[in-house]
Write a new protein. Structure first.
Ligand code: LMR
Length: 394
């Protein structure tokens, strides 16, 4: 049977996790996989999450099946968080899914049922898993211009010109906030223009909302999502609770559909639930129940928001510290973009040879395209990192 197979390519982000773990150097620095790290370099369980888990353990009475769409309270709470009152809820359907990846997978399968082999447009560059999920779903992949390697900002005029040429059978994957891998994001005024373009062309937006709250704040980070869905008749959103609730291994996300009207929403929802039932049947509950308990309880929600705000502030602080340290040492503003970027990542724009050199010589691990996870920068090693970067690019 299996003699027809050849080895599949590995995932570069997860492969780097393994390489880092196997490196015995005590002064190694992990700027690779996108997990939040605190000052001690650990990825802690949030205190609000621990408290929710204790409540769940004490109150739990059953482990019976949840149903295909998942935890209903979770779904309602996620919609309040991600889209608020941007569109009438009669047009909205949500299905809990395993992580942001599972949500993307469900939504892309759904698109392929509606328009087999449709083209999905991804930003150049994008999270490396977008492409395989889309191809596995049967979609064709194309790219639109996004990152300007000179300014390390968004090539907005080129991006918009590409979006303006799309048609109603196209799908556009947009990063709702905290662009992965670049860290370069659209301004609110640019989101307004993107929304106008999509409303005119009829292309279907699929918004990947994996880092809500990691950029400028919960409300600020959902501006683009709310603006786009309020402007177009149909839209898709893939939500993730991995980062903002620190629930990575619980695999908790949600696939959200905004349809033209209530009747169409019911039809699309039936197809979405059919996709889920014929693949993993139903979602697991634990991560969803944690998020439901937190978001429905005033005190736990306040505690979670305080924790989330602290994580965001720490990442913004680390961005400023690293760009300051590089500016002081090099007397140049070449890396000031790190402070201007938002979210967990910045794409440094370094050649792969420099990335490999930093790994081999300094034990500094970043993704091969020179994406760094700013949360991984050790507070007391910012100067060392600046020195290593500057030495490597000399
Ligand atoms: C990342 O981009 O590092 C994260 O989203 C983790 C992953 O699954 O790739």
């Amino acid at each position: 049977m299996f003699d027809t197979l050849t080895k599949a390519p590995g995932d570069k982000i997860l492969a780097l996790m393994g390489e880092y773990a196997a490196d015995s150097r005590s002064d190694k620095i992990d700027l690779g996989v996108g997990v939040y790290k605190d000052e001690q370099g650990t990825t802690p369980i949030m205190s609000s999450v621990k408290k929710a888990e204790q409540r769940i353990l004490a109150a739990g009475k059953t482990k019976t099946y949840l149903g295909i769409a998942g935890n209903k309270g979770y779904g309602a709470a996620v919609l309040d968080l991600a889209i608020a009152d941007a569109v009438d809820r009669s047009r909205v359907r949500i299905a809990q899914a395993p992580g942001g990846t599972g949500s993307l997978w469900v939504l892309m399968q759904l698109v392929n049922r509606a328009r087999p082999g449709a083209t999905i447009w991804l930003s150049d560059p994008t999270w490396p898993n977008h492409n395989p999920i889309a191809e596995n779903a049967g979609l064709k992949v194309a790219v639109y211009p996004y990152f300007d390697t000179e300014t390390r900002g968004v090539k907005f005029a080129e991006m918009l010109a590409a979006l303006d040429k799309l048609g109603k059978d196209d799908v556009v994957l947009l990063h709702g906030c905290c662009h992965n891998p670049t860290g370069a994001n659209l301004t609110n005024a640019q989101w307004d223009q993107v929304a106008t373009s999509l409303a005119r062309t009829g292309a279907l937006p699929l918004i990947d909302l994996a880092y809500l709250g990691f950029g400028d704040g919960l409300l600020e980070d959902s501006y683009g999502t709310r603006k786009v869905i309020a402007s177009v008749p149909e839209a898709l959103i893939a939500f993730s609770g991995s980062k903002n609730f620190g629930l990575y291994r619980e695999r908790i996300g949600a696939a959200i559909v905004i349809a033209r009207d209530e009747a169409q929403a019911d039809i699309v929802n039936s197809q979405m639930l059919n996709v889920i039932r014929s693949s993993y049947s139903q979602p697991p509950d634990h991560g969803a129940e944690i998020i439901r308990v937190i978001l429905e309880d005033k005190e736990l929600r306040a505690e979670w928001e305080t924790e989330l705000n602290a994580m965001r502030a720490r990442m913004i602080g680390l961005r400023a510290k690293l760009s300051d340290a590089i500016r002081q040492r090099s007397n140049s503003k070449d890396f000031d973009f790190i402070a201007a970027h938002r979210g967990m990542f910045s794409l440094l724009g370094l050649p792969n040879s420099v990335v490999e050199h930093l790994k081999a010589t300094n034990g500094v691990y970043m993704i091969g395209d020179s994406r760094i996870n700013v949360a991984g920068i050790p507070e007391d090693r910012v100067g060392d990192l600046a020195d290593a970067l500057l030495a490597a690019i000399k």
